[in-house]
Design a protein around this ligand. Structure first.
Ligand SMILES: *Cc1c(COP(=O)(O)O)cnc(C)c1O
Length: 219
């Protein structure tokens, strides 16, 4: 009941071009069913094992997004069904995703995670690393992956100016490479914004938000 209401409230605030990833990590399958019955079809999880268990139990018209940090040795557990991997930050990981996607006869869409926050702990590439990755000759050979956008997380702070500036930085990096188009690279998705900062993210160009606690309650 509450989940459907929360979803409706958030959807009301989202512009047409912004897609909503309902972040269901740690939540029981019953909660995902409730969101599903309210029309939600994109779910985000941060652990591959947990995502695979939920995928097995839920309808197959759900799109599953991996939003957490991905370990190479676990890619094989999601390669047959994952729809979008948000947190890719190395060529080595792309190589593994490409290899496992090929085994499943699929092309897997990926977002590159860009480090925009001040915190040291957050994963992701800086702009220089990002550019050298997309120019790497090895990337061109990967026919079973497609980089379709960027993802970033702002600093965990209540200072909305800091958050806005970090999102602006990411939007600039995104815009700078919009013209760079190859068979497996074309930026269309800018995944930024969570429960606490999605309004700021949308104001600064996000077209995909990842919202958990505002839909499902605190974890
Ligand atoms: C958990 C998580 C979210 C959702 O966070 P909420 O604050 O619950 O909305 C979004 N993105 C990533 C990468 C996450 O790990």
């Amino acid at each position: 009941m509450k989940i459907a209401l929360n979803l409706a409230k958030i959807k009301e605030l989202l512009p047409q071009n912004v897609s909503l990833v309902a972040v269901s990590k740690t939540k029981p399958v019953a909660d995902l069913w409730e969101a599903y019955h309210a029309g939600q079809r994109i779910f985000g999880e941060n652990k591959i094992q947990e995502m695979a268990e939920k995928w097995a139990q839920l309808p197959k018209d759900i799109q599953w997004h991996m939003i957490g940090h991905v370990q190479s040795n676990k890619v094989k557990f999601m390669a047959s069904f994952v729809n979008l991997i948000h947190g890719v930050d190395s060529l080595k990981l792309l190589e593994e995703i490409n290899k496992q996607a090929k085994k499943s006869s699929r092309i897997i869409d990926c977002l590159l995670q860009i480090h925009i926050a001040k915190e040291q702990t957050k994963f992701g590439l800086n702009e220089t690393e990002f550019i050298s990755l997309i120019l790497d000759e090895n990337l061109k050979k990967m026919q079973n992956i497609r980089i379709i956008g960027l993802m970033g997380m702002a600093t965990f702070t209540t200072d909305s100016t800091i958050i806005a500036n970090e999102f602006k930085d990411l939007k600039k990096i995104y815009d700078n490479q919009k013209q760079h188009i190859t068979p497996n690279f074309e930026l269309k998705i800018l995944s930024m914004g969570m429960s606490g900062d999605y309004k700021i993210a949308i104001e600064n160009g996000s077209n995909m938000v990842r919202i958990g606690s505002s839909i499902f309650g605190n974890r």
